[in-house]
Write a protein that binds this ligand. Structure first.
Ligand code: GSH
Length: 251
């Protein structure tokens, strides 16, 4: 990277920059020292939903984009299980599960009331639905992706297993705009990345599938400015340890 590109990137990351008499570039990241660090992988559905929640909560984190084939030792030290996302809070607490990251962000600030705090019963219902999709639907989705990739003979059966879960969502969206009610919730943003994967396995089939409500709901997310921002590409952190600020920057 040449000097001018470096300066451009550093300034767009939010870091303060000064050039002293010796013409040395100084990047001042003192404002960011008090921010949590998010280890993330652009296309990982778990990391994706963590970023969506952070974005929706207007929290700001230092994003460290990684690849699974070359995980930073700092991430493995913080979280030996070494799956993404990992969020290292400023008090040293480490969150190693995407759902924990989402709940942390929304407990900090929840401008859109995604936790639907006024309905006490709602959170346990939301967590139950997320749990069903994280375990049962995800297992079916992996088999479906695999069957399609390796051109196995059971693609249709695998797809039908996934469809049992799509039917649950389609029914819910029959009478309301979002999965829990007419307002967006934690469940919507937790499931979007996995439905996105499903929709990509057999694109042509999906576009004609009997799930118009799911298609509309998913399209609204995928075409939103929020999603574009959450899916922005950043340089890998290990390349040059660049400071990348991600999120709502509300403070
Ligand atoms: N239950 C975890 C799952 C996270 C997960 O499995 N992430 C994958 C990437 S999509 C990963 O990091 N795998 C580790 C590896 O393959 O080395 C969560 O919700 O955060």
């Amino acid at each position: 990277m040449n000097r001018s590109d470096f300066l451009k990137r550093a300034s767009s990351s939010g870091a303060g920059i000064s050039i002293d008499e010796s013409n040395d570039i100084k990047i001042m990241i003192n404002n960011t020292a008090n921010l949590p660090i998010l280890y993330s992988l652009r296309n990982c559905p778990y990391a994706m939903r963590a970023r969506i929640a952070i974005f929706k909560a207007k929290q700001t984190v230092m994003l460290r984009d990684i690849v699974l084939s070359n995980k930073p030792k700092e991430m493995i030290t913080a979280s030996p299980k070494a799956t993404v996302p990992v969020l290292v809070l400023t008090n040293g607490i480490v969150l190693e599960e995407s759902l924990a990251v989402m709940l942390w962000a929304l407990n900090e600030t929840d401008p859109d009331d995604l936790l639907q705090k006024q309905h006490a019963r709602e959170l346990s219902e939301m967590l139950q639905l997320i749990n069903t999709f994280d375990h049962n639907f995800k297992a079916c989705l992996e088999q479906y992706k695999c069957a399609k990739r390796y051109r196995e003979s059971n693609v249709v059966e695998c797809r039908e297993a996934c469809e049992q879960y799509l039917k649950i969502l389609e029914r819910r969206l029959n009478s309301q705009l979002f999965l829990m009610s007419n307002t967006e919730s934690l469940v919507d943003i937790a499931l979007v990345p996995f439905l996105r994967q499903f929709a990509r396995v057999e694109r042509q089939w999906y576009l004609k599938s009997p799930y118009p409500n799911v298609r509309k709901w998913l399209n609204n997310y995928l075409q939103s400015p929020m999603f574009t921002k959450v899916m922005a590409k950043y340089p890998l952190w290990l390349d040059n340890h660049e400071v990348v600020l991600f999120g709502g920057i509300s403070k």
